[in-house]
Write a protein that binds this ligand. Sequence first.
Ligand code: GLN
Length: 294
Amino acid sequence: MRIDQILSDAVNRLASHATEGANTPHLDAQLLLAHVLGRSRTWLYTWGDREMEGAEFERFNALIERRQQGEPVAWLLGYREFFGLRLAVSPHTLIPRPDTETLVEQALRRMPANGARALDLGTGSGAIALALAFERPAWQITGIDIVAGAVALARRNADALGITNAHFEEGNFFSALPPAARFELIVSNPPYIDEHDVHLGQGDVRFEPRSALVAGQNGMADLLHLIDTARHFLAPDGWLLLEHGHQQGGEVRAALLDAGYGGVSTCQDLGGRERVSLGQWPSPLSDSLRQEGS
Ligand code: GLN
């Protein structure tokens, strides 16, 4: 059969199984076919009249069947692109998302070229830490995750990309750090989804580890813990940047202000939803208040 026919059959099969959160049949079929053929997506269109070999067709078919069952495309390919880097993925971690690139962009704005230290808590595949390390070679980035399989994956990604200024350790957020450790920048994309959120039953999220997605207190527990604890590990004027759910911006800003951070604001993701909030420690305001009080 010709490549263009195989592609349109696959699109129809995926479209008939489309559900909320898994409804991009064209893109999925193109990515999987390009992967099997070892070609780009544009190549598929240029050479649509070519015949496909039997063995390749079998492999493609098997991937389409797995995709029909909902398996994430990133798992079928074995990787996902994030901030221009190709990252291996595994069932131990979240699949990197475009939303999280907003966090990286905001962090980079606060990372001058001359190096300092940054910390990525709950690093998962290492996506954020590796993007920062790649863009800022003079910085030292520490990535921490509680899941051993995540730390192993992040290290594997660093090796594959030849990134030497990011290091990964196992630990529960700050617990593995020496109390005297200080960072100019702390970032995190922690679990922030409420356990009853319908979103957990949709798309790729169904396959990802709950420990990376779900947090107590309506999804706020880990965000609040990070806001409360990060200030003890921030160097003077250091920044904390947190990804959160699109309805959590108000609560996260309030918690940052309560804890004494300054420069508190929220940035939107590509979909125009509140996604990343940030604050600087110590707040000049809280400093002057402290002085007034003393
Ligand atoms: N943004 C992800 C989602 O809604 C969740 C990521 C997270 O909990 N940190 O699918």
